[in-house]
Design a protein around this ligand. Structure first.
Ligand code: NDP
Length: 325
């Protein structure tokens, strides 16, 4: 038997409970992992509260990411004792996920833990941090360089936002943090933001083309804020759109694209190809300072997860939440 957080449907409501599960119920996949850490991402919040249609079948073990040690392998790419990391691939949505002492997954979904990180640090980064790195890689490929001007990060206090600020700062960018919680300004500056602006300021009148402020943008929230960021992006600048914390709509015009040559790049971490994942993890291991792991991450336990799932959807979580399994 092993301990897991289990989601069930009861009268169309999702109910999350800690349970002891028989090992025989684990999915029929080729790698078994003793999970050491998982993390709580926005998508986990949607899955655990049932507020998003993230989970397709019940019972489901949530947890879109985890790190741990291989205990059984019938795939030659991994052997017993290997330290591994899993993010995405529908785990915690379609396949049983990381919020359990044991997981059985396909070898295709795993990556080896890269040098320079331990399993706890890997989950302090987690899906959110991987997404931040992928967003920066996309902006670099669109031509972004530090000398071109300020880079805006929206949803700055959240998981993706806080890692993005830290990474951009480490790469020499001048970072502006956008937040609805201006009281977090001090910690955003400690992470590396050179200035902080309030969400209310950003939501003032929305013109198709506004003053050209940003050389690049990492947007984690979508909707009116992404529209405003597009209208304020410099000629030839680029935006990486990776999130929807404010909404899935995008009330914009074609003007930033056809008059300023702005590029809007979509970011998906779930099915990101293996080679790009490894490249992103290697860069994360090199770029994130020790101070990030100490200052921007909080550790919680499995039984605290349902409460924190509500909090993350209400925008009340700061930085990253690592779950000590
Ligand atoms: P968090 O909840 O940790 O952070 C989201 C942040 O957005 C909040 O901290 C808050 O920051 C801001 N925010 C919350 N509600 C609103 C709102 N109504 N309007 C404007 N801003 C708001 O989530 P994550 O960082 O884990 O994820 C951020 C987004 O990225 C989510 O939408 C998630 O689904 C998406 N995502 C996408 C991935 C991909 O592969 N494309 C992978 C991982 C995440 P503040 O208080 O500073 O304003």
């Amino acid at each position: 038997m092993f301990k897991a957080l289990v989601l069930q449907q009861d009268d169309h409501q999702t109910v999350a409970q800690l349970q002891q599960i028989d090992e025989a119920s684990l999915p029929n996949e080729n790698i078994e992992v003793a999970v050491e850490y998982s993390s709580l991402n926005y998508k986990d919040g949607l899955a655990i509260t049932g507020k998003g249609r993230v989970v397709r079948s019940f019972p489901m073990v949530p947890g879109i990411d985890f790190s741990g040690t291989v205990t059984v392998s019938s795939d030659k790419r991994f052997k017993t004792g290997d330290k591994v990391v899993l993010t995405g691939h529908g785990v915690g949505e379609k396949h049983w996920g990381g919020m359990a002492e044991k997981a059985k997954v396909s070898a295709d979904w795993l990556v080896p833990l890269v040098d320079g990180l331990d399993t706890k640090q890997a989950m302090k980064i987690g899906t959110a941090g991987l997404t931040s790195m992928l967003s920066i890689m996309a902006l670099e490929e669109a031509g972004l360089k530090p000398e071109q001007g300020e880079v805006l990060v929206t949803g700055a206090s959240g998981g993706v936002g806080s890692v993005a600020i830290t990474l951009l700062h480490a790469l020499g960018y001048d970072v502006v943090a956008l937040t609805g919680r201006i009281e977090n300004s001090r910690s955003l500056e400690t992470l590396g933001a050179s200035r902080v602006i309030s969400r209310d300021e950003m939501l003032l009148d929305n013109k198709p083309l506004d003053k050209q402020l940003w050389a690049g943008v990492i947007d984690t929230v979508g909707s009116h804020i992404l529209a405003k960021a597009l209208s304020q992006t410099q000629y030839g600048g680029a935006i990486a759109a990776c999130g929807m914390a404010a909404g899935i709509d995008l009330p914009t015009t074609v003007m930033p694209f056809i008059l300023r040559g702005v590029t809007l790049v979509g970011i998906d971490s779930v099915y990101c190809p293996y080679a790009r994942r490894i490249q992103a993890w290697q860069r994360l291991a090199k770029l994130l300072p020790e101070s990030f792991f100490e200052q921007a991450c909080e550790q919680i336990t499995l039984d605290q997860v349902p409460d924190y799932a509500e909090k993350i959807l209400q925008g009340q979580v700061k930085g990253r939440l690592v779950i000590n399994i």
